[in-house]
Write a protein that binds this ligand. Sequence first.
Ligand code: ADP
Ligand code: MG
Length: 484
Amino acid sequence: MGLSEEIRNKYQAVIGLEVHAQMLTKSKAYSNDRNEYGSAPNTNISAITLGHPGTLPKMNKKTIDFAIKMGIACESTIAEHQHFARKNYFYPDLPKGYQITQDTTPICTGGKVLVKSEDGSTKEIGITRIHMEEDAGKSIHDIDPFNTLIDLNRAGVPLIEIVSEPDIRSSQEAYNYLTEIRKLVRYLDICDGNMEEGSLRCDANVSVMLKGSKEFGVRSETKNLNSIRNVQRAIEFEIERQILANENGETLVQETRNFNAVTGTTTAMRSKEAANDYRYFPEPDLQPIKVTQEHIQSIKDEMPPLPNALFNKYTSELGLSDYDAGILTDQKEIALYFEEIIENTKNYKSAANWLMGSVKSYLNEKAIGIDEFPISAARIAGLIELIDSGKVSNNLASQKLFPAMLESTDDAEKIAVANDWIQDSDDDSIKALIQEVFDENPSEYERFKGGEKKLMGFLMGQLMKKSRGKADPKSASKLINEMV
Ligand code: ADP
Ligand code: MG
């Protein structure tokens, strides 16, 4: 659309996201039909899913526990008493004619998610509520050119909806927020976070106002966003569209819009005036839910470590950089592997380097996950200890020992001994070799002695050649400095 910087800078964007996450339960929310993505169409559908008269829903308790986990992770307040509500509307992929959801008593209220804002600082995005509900089936328009097909496998799949406060201020922040939500649900093992398969879905509410204004503008809600990148693109488009409308003196109306990923644009679907009246009322077929403090505590006790807590531990207790901590906590499996390495070695920086370097390169090259990596965390720790004790050099460890460990189940030390890779750290023999290097390179020796410290590299290189790579560089450089 091409807005000038000047006009764009007059406005502030305000964004709130609604995220639907499909729960990784074995069965559906209110029946024991299988909750499985990719089954043959219409195979996971009993009379309950089909909404036949006389059938009754039955609550899947796992969903409640999953929602509580998310609430704990966001520091929300968990409601002790709650009930389900019927949201009535007619649609072909909703055989009951209503959705069982929560209206006035969401399971979680309040809370926050910490995200990186654009200037790199950490920002709290408020959570309005998290509630439980069920998914609808799927209408398929692109298989049969003349008919719409219906697959009801998804109908009744448990969802949580996470509604954010309008605290997000840019499309990049929205991107970071969603990345964080996806990371959280994956850490908690409650949702696979796969946006392409629709197990994590997002509606983006966007408005703009003049900078400094206290009153939010009229928002649009964009649906059909199937990747985090597309959420960002849709928000960018909406910001520009709304600024232009404001500049042209047009009045914006609250409406639902649809995103087209091919063109990167949004189009109006329906205005709020035309919105359904859902006639919410308490779901009469399900008992109200009571969640005790003991139950919440028992879930808390079994929570996995969360990415933020690990990030803080790595930066403040272990002294790692924000960058390292960010990479290490990005994926739960990697973080847990790192946790296991550092149970066996105190050299945290080296543990991080090995994991982010050699280990990750291997995983990328083979396109496998850490769960398939052949070297245990304890053996990596052993490798680090071997280097730190001066028995092998870093170089030898990454060039020879690490590859050998991939092919063997033996410990680093055993492999190094078997291959005669244990380096010479015996001071006297190294000193003799250093003396030879000095004697053979008198001018470099003199210049080094005169203060040209960069010649250390040259001298070390000569020494390494002489010792056939077995001199320990750390103690050797110390000896060189002592001997000049
Ligand atoms: P609805 O049922 O209309 O979708 P919800 O309460 O489910 O309403 O969600 C409203 C979402 O819109 C929330 O994420 C909220 O933060 C966001 N929101 C509300 N007002 C604005 C606004 N003026 N600009 C941008 N987002 C907004
Ligand atoms: Mg909504």
